[in-house]
Design a protein around this ligand. Structure first.
Ligand code: DC
Length: 223
């Protein structure tokens, strides 16, 4: 156990504080950081550019297998590129948030991206914090630390609104948080913790308190 690179897997719905937590934790522990949502968002960029319709399920799956997605795993500066084009800012645009569930609910896209995620994690000899919806259950259930981070919907909507700083209305943010989680929950189970996964409710916790709670779960390397 002690000789394996440390993998910390954090799942949860949008607005639960996953990204800030995972980045902060990676910086504190000197680990890499993988935002798997950015990979789904990258495929959504390619999908919207392709002009394919949402019901062209097979073609969208094939598209995901053909595009080259590169993710930078430095927690101080996460980056995403599609076929050599930097899309780090593009993937945060509201139009991507609106359409990303089309690719995230496509089972072939999930298979292709899950393979890529596993390769990225295996290649990280210094250890890595990975955030998403199905990391603790599907992508890397063998992670030494497995956390499901949740928060009340009202708190999640408030946080997303603050992050977007007026770029989207409350209705749009509610759609992004509640409707998207509902769609995503049809393919991943991220509302209740699987066996061996620690549930942390961040509704009334500060970022530092959540990071502390996860640090306390990291096994001693001597053991
Ligand atoms: O966390 P996020 O909002 O950046 O995620 C973008 C989309 O990808 C969202 O619809 C959920 C989906 N996703 C997923 O299905 N599985 C993951 N491991 C990560 C994200």
């Amino acid at each position: 156990m002690g000789s394996q690179p440390l993998v910390v897997a954090i799942d949860g719905p949008s607005g639960s504080g996953k990204s800030s937590t995972a980045r902060g934790l990676a910086q504190r522990l000197g680990l890499g950081y993988l935002d798997t949502g950015s990979m789904y968002r990258a495929v959504a960029v390619a999908y919207l550019e392709s002009g394919l319709a949402a019901d062209e399920v097979e073609a969208i799956g094939y598209l995901a297998s053909q595009v080259r997605i590169e993710v930078g795993t430095d927690p101080a500066r996460p980056t995403t590129a599609v076929d050599g084009v930097d899309v780090t800012a593009t993937i945060r645009e509201p139009r991507i948030s609106q359409h990303v569930s089309v690719v995230a609910t496509n089972l072939e896209v999930r298979r292709v991206l899950t393979d890529q995620m596993r390769r990225l994690i295996s290649d990280h000899d210094e250890g890595i914090v990975v955030e998403g919806r199905d990391i603790t259950t599907v992508v890397w259930p063998q992670a030494q630390v497995r956390v499901l981070l949740v928060a009340d919907p009202a708190a999640r909507i408030r946080r997303r609104e603050a992050e977007l700083a007026g770029a989207a209305s409350t209705d749009e943010v509610t759609d992004q948080v509640v409707r998207r989680d509902h769609d995503d929950a049809t393919v991943s189970q991220f509302e209740t913790p699987a066996d061996g996964v620690t549930l942390i409710d961040s509704t009334h916790l500060s970022l530092d308190e959540v990071i502390e709670a996860i640090c306390a779960l990291v096994p001693d390397p001597q053991e």
